[in-house]
Design a protein around this ligand. Sequence first.
Ligand SMILES: *Cc1c(COP(=O)(O)O)cnc(C)c1O
Length: 463
Amino acid sequence: MTTASQSADLSLLPSVNDVIELFEGQAPFAHGLVVMKARDVLSSLRERIHCGEPLPASSKSDLVSWVADEVRLSLRPGLRRVINATGVVLHTGLGRAPLSDEAVDALKWAARYCNVQADLEEGKRSRRETHVESLLRHITGCEAALVVNNNAAATLLTLTAIAKGKEVIVSRGELVEIGGSFRIPEVMAQSGAILVEVGCTNQTHLSDYVNAIGENTGVLLKVHTSNYKIQGFTGSVSLSRLSELAKANDLILVHDMGSGSLIDLEAYGLGDEPPARRSLEDGADLVTFSGDKLVGGPQAGVIIGKQSLVDGIRTHPLARAVRVDKLVLATMEATLRSFTDPRSAVERIPGLAMITMGREKIRKRASRFVRRLRRRAPHIQIRLIDGISKVGSGAFPVQELPTVLVEVSPPQGSAGDLARRLRKGEPSVFARVAQDKVLLDLRTVFPEEEKELVASVAEVLEC
Ligand SMILES: *Cc1c(COP(=O)(O)O)cnc(C)c1O
């Protein structure tokens, strides 16, 4: 049944043609696309009327422009630039590590033609990853290296190539799940390797590994517990002791490092993620890690280790299915180049610069930000409070990075509404919400974005 007021509302609805007229002569005007979007908006309006909801405008002409605005919004590109004011440095939802200037430059020139698989001497076909491989050898001391789509692919490919049909021994304390359905037991099943769990959640002893080794054992796997910590009565077997055991039994020792730091972050109070070089020194035969966590590069998975093993992985048919494109190789090479001098890596890799940024530096930037914002929006309620930032992406899960937050009270509505309006702005701004306040953490905001952020926040607060 349609009530009288619903019929009246329905009669106010514009036609698709009324909306199209507003777009004609405007560039770029894709007739078919505008028609499709206009139909969608009009049908959702009809739905609203049938549910007894009020219309967003009360006259026919206002409704036409409202619909046109909605169509315009829906025609904007789906993937948009974001200012990350959450303070979560490796924010999975926002694309993990932000690239360095050098990597962004590389992205631009590599986007056209580049010698991704051709040598310059003869112009002949060459291997794709020779450039990143030599940098990884220099930085980590490995014999050989391979870069694939992500660390999940690196682990799957490694186990498929070296352990199919063989037993792989893993501690029960290391059967990790990483968000987005990466689970060690499931990756193992997919690879055709046979999982042999040993020890307990909190304690695994060397004897547990020793007792599990049998005729069909091929691999000892150590997995970094990236995104959680087991505390209290705990114990695990070190990589170097596992290495002795692997050697004595002719087994391959694989270490899934997860975050994969390339430098020692201990000097910054971040000692839980030893550098990849140390895994090899401790005797791992193969080490895998992500390219877009603590390396600070593009989404990728890195496999480093013994030449003969890496060669076997490189030539496995699955390697082709998880290979990276030229954009990843170019940005990865530019990122790795920054690590040839570890001190400059911390300055030039944005992710590392943000993680190691001290609270006082953030306080200075936050104070200046507040002064600028007050000038633009004098009536807003805003103050600085001490807080914490997070590394994100499972790296240093319990580490708290001391920071200074800009706390904004919403002038009307909820903090959630304010945060939503910021996210839907141009550029989009992601902030944190706590206790009905919006919190901005400048740790993850690039200095050159601060002016824009002031303007975005001021605009959203004033409307
Ligand atoms: C993050 C992580 C992975 C998955 O890496 P992706 O690059 O996201 O595929 C696998 N193992 C560990 C231990 C990790 O921390």
